[in-house]
Write a new protein. Sequence first.
Length: 480
Amino acid sequence: MISWGSSMNILSLGEKIKKLRKEKNMTLKELAGDRITAAQISHIERDKSHTSRELLEYLASQLDVSVDYLLETKEMQSKKLTDNLILQGEILIKCNDLEKAEDQLNEAIKICDEYKVLDNYATCNFLLADINFKKGKYSESVMGYEKALYYFIKNNDKDKLYKCYLNIGKIYMIEEFYKGAILQFEFSEGILNEIQVEDVDIYKDLYSKMAYCYIKLDNNEKSLDYINKMDEIDIKNNPEEELDVLILKANNFLNVGEFEKSKEYFKKALEILDKEKNKTENNEENSINDIQNNDENIGGAIEDIDLQIGETSEIEEIQKQNSEELNENIEKENNEVIELSQMEQDANFVKENISIIKPINGTISSRYGLRNPTTVTVPKNHTGIDLAETTGTKIVSATDGTVILNSSKGDYGNHLKIQNGDATFIYAHCSKLYVKVGQTVKAGDTIAAVGSTGNSTGNHLHFEIRLNDKQVNPQKYLYK
């Protein structure tokens, strides 16, 4: 059982000496020895007498402590004590014991206030704001972040400044104060650009929120600016996603009769495929064949475009027929941004509140989201990730939970659903299932074996996470 109370007292020099002497059951005379008188010890313990360095060294040796310990001021002690109270508070917050965490942090704030430990005073207010955010006390949360901001600005603590602005922006989003949210997110963006954070997911999360707010304010132009920023990040960091973006753009131009532009983007896609083909020459034959098939599909698309260039009457007809469809696509894209913001929040919630491990160490054969199962021009939404592995490879539970479904029906074939709070974890296409409905499992327990049952084209595990029955991207934090 962990005790969260503070056992450290903030003491003066005299109080420390008296406390240590009593713990050793020493009398004043015994401590004084031949060095000084008992009366002098009494004066020192009441902080009525100046103590030389030599005398401090003598007392430290008699009491089995260091001179540095005796010399620690109350301010130095209060910093150490509040450091520990803050760490305890953070652990309690992660354990979702918010009431105890609040008590710890309020105790720390009193000490910080009394001894002017300003750095920790700011951190305490920040953590109390986090607690109120979790409790849904948004006004109190904003006040806490704003208190902390004053000291973080003073100390130029960029990391904490970013988090304060971001969280205030999140609260304003919840309260539908979108203009205020955008202002806070702009502050956050400025700090990120200044400190040059390497984690691209942080930028994408921020940009998705800003895009969402601008949509709510009917500013589609600004919203698309931030959608494009997200696309640019994906392009820089993921060749597959860059390929998808180029092909989608090429198809859009093709649909409206912009054949030259469409051809330009298809050619860029071919260049990426050529680069990836060179990288994968030593990979499995299937992977190379997939790339060759994609190459042939795009090459065929370019040949088709060449046949159509110059036929202006057909261009006009295509533009006329597809204008309504384009408007629908724009509206769909805007709706997807709104959904993306919620998906990012759901992924962050799972990451922060549930401990997850990899169910197998397989190779990702199909990623989450839009994918191209047959040809590069037919995208399909994938609700999880596919992890290729040999038949019979054991699958372990990614988290603690309770088995709520053991089934062999439908496209998933042999599959399990394991519940952890509001989150559901799905393991599909298994060859064997080893747990029953109602059974409690721990992270790391063997629950199934890899197979290819149901609607499957090869041996793999389809791994899916849902929060309140909405899909969450496992790649956000488990498979990079």
